[in-house]
Ligand binder design. Structure first.
Ligand code: ATP
Ligand code: MG
Ligand code: FE
Length: 340
C-alpha cells in the first residue's frame, strides 16, 4: 500500500510517504524547536498552533518529494498518542479529514510503536527482540513479539533519559533541547574525571531512575566558585553522559539475558547519542547479542516510522473508525495484535 503518514505528538510536525511499510519515498520533518527554545521547553498551546500551520505544508512537501499525487495515496497512518493532546488532535483530525475526503482507510498508531519498529525501514530484524526506547518522554524496555505484541519489562521511575539530558543541558546553560549538545561536548571530555551516581544499576530489576543523576549534577555545579567552561564543561558533560549510558547498558543487557532474547533495538531521540551507541555496541557484542540502531533521522520524531505498524494494520483490514480520539497517555502494552 502507498501510505501517507502524519506525526504531531510533540514539537515536530512530520509527514511521510511510504510504500508497503518499508520503502520510504519521503520523510519530511518541520521542527518547532526555535519556537519553544526561548521558553526552555515545549509550550503545548504554541505547539498546537504551529502544527496547524505546518501540517498542510509538510503534507504537500512529502507528496512532492515522493513524486506522487494525493490521488495515489491508498491509506493513512497517523499518531494517535501518547503526547500533547492538542498537538495530537491536529494531526489526527487532518488525517481523518483526508481519509474521509478520499474514502481511503486510516489507522491511529501508537507513537512508541513507531519508534520501536522504525528500524524495519532500514533492515529487517527478526521477532522477538528487545526494544530499549530512550526518548524525551520514555525510558522503557519492551519485549517486541511482533507488530501489536508488546510487553513492558521495565521503565523509569521518574525522569526519562532524554528529559535528564535536557534538564542537565538547561542547568548548564546549554539551551533546549540539549541532548545533542551534551553528546558533542562529551565526545571531547574525560568521562571518568567527574563521577556521578548510577541509580539502580546493581539492583535486580529492570527499572531506571534518572532524577538523582540530574540532582547530583546540580549539586556539583552549585559547589563551584565560578562558571564551568572549556575542558571542565566537557568533562562534566562526559561524566554525566557516561553515568546515563552505563545504567542504560547494564539494564538492557540484564533484560536480554533475563528474557532470553538475542536481539536489541535501540530507538527514540537518545538513541542518536554516540556514547550510548559505542558502549552498547561493545557490551552487547561481547556477550554475543545483536544490536540495532536506526539512523539518527529515524531515531527522533518522524512520520515514516508510523508506516511499519500502519501498513501492517491496514493491509489486514484493521483500520480505525472516525470516532477514534487522540489519547495523551497510552501504555504501549495496551495495543493489541490483529489477526494475521
Ligand atoms: P516520546 O517519544 O517519549 O514521546 P519525544 O518524542 O519528545 O518523546 P524524541 O523526539 O524521540 O522524544 O527524542 C527527543 C529527545 O532526544 C530529547 O530529549 C533530546 O534531548 C534527545 N536527544 C536527541 N539527540 C540526542 C543525543 N545525540 N544525545 C542524547 N540525547 C539526544
Ligand atoms: Mg521533539
Ligand atoms: Fe518520540
Amino acid at each position: 500500500m502507498l501510505l501517507l503518514c502524519l506525526e504531531s505528538s510533540c514539537d515536530e510536525t512530520a509527514a511521510a510517504v511510504v510504500r508497503d511499510g518499508r520503502q520510504v519515498l519521503s520523510n519530511v520533518i518541520a521542527s518547532q524547536v526555535d519556537v519553544h527554545a526561548r521558553y526552555g521547553g515545549v509550550v503545548p498551546e504554541l505547539a498546537s498552533r504551529k502544527h496547524l500551520e505546518a501540517i498542510p505544508v509538510v503534507t504537500e512537501q512529502a507528496l512532492e518529494q515522493a513524486g506522487v499525487g494525493f490521488g495515489d495515496i491508498e491509506g493513512l497512518a497517523v499518531t494517535r498518542g501518547p503526547g500533547l493532546i492538542g498537538a495530537l488532535l491536529v494531526g489526527l483530525s487532518a488525517g481523518k479529514a483526508m481519509a474521509y475526503a478520499r474514502r481511503i482507510p486510516w489507522v491511529g498508531v501508537h507513537h512508541i510503536e513507531g519508534h520501536a519498529l522504525a528500524i524495519e525501514l532500514e533492515q529487517e530484524v527478526a521477532y522477538p527482540f528487545l526494544a530499549l526506547i530512550v526518548s524525551g518522554g520514555h525510558t522503557h524496555l519492551y519485549r517486541i513479539g511482533g507488530v501489536g505484541d508488546y510487553q513492558t519489562l521495565g521503565c523509569t521511575r521518574d525522569d526519562a533519559a532524554g528529559e535528564a539530558f535536557d534538564k542537565v543541558a538547561k542547568l548548564l546553560g546549554l539551551g533546549y533541547p540539549g541532548g545533542a549538545v551534551i553528546d558533542r561536548l562529551a565526545a571531547e571530555g574525560d568521562p571518568h574525571r567527574i563521577k556521578f551516581p548510577r541509580p539502580l544499576m546493581h539492583q535486580d530489576n529492570l527499572d531506571f531512575s534518572f532524577s538523582g543523576i540530574k540532582t547530583a549534577v546540580l549539586n556539583y555545579v552549585k559547589k563551584q566558585n565560578g562558571p564551568i567552561e572549556g575542558e571542565h564543561l566537557r568533562d562534566l558533560a562526559a561524566g554525566f553522559q557516561q553515568a546515563v549510558v552505563e545504567v542504560l547498558t547494564a539494564k538492557a543487557l540484564k533484560a536480554l539475558r533475563g528474557a532470553d532474547l538475542q536481539r536489541l533495538v535501540v530507538a527514540g531521540g537518545v538513541a542518536c547519542n554516540r556514547g550510548l551507541r559505542a558502549v552498547l555496541h561493545g557490551a552487547a557484542k561481547g556477550e554475543g547479542f545483536e544490536v540495532y540502531f536506526p539512523s539518527p533521522l529515524l531515531c527522533t520524531d518522524n512520520a515514516g516510522m508510523l508506516a511499519v505498524p500502519g501498513d501492517y494494520y491496514l493491509s489486514r483490514g484493521a483500520g480505525s473508525a472516525f470516532d477514534l480520539n487522540a489519547v495523551a497517555s497510552w501504555p504501549l502494552d495496551r495495543v493489541r495484535p490483529v489477526s494475521p
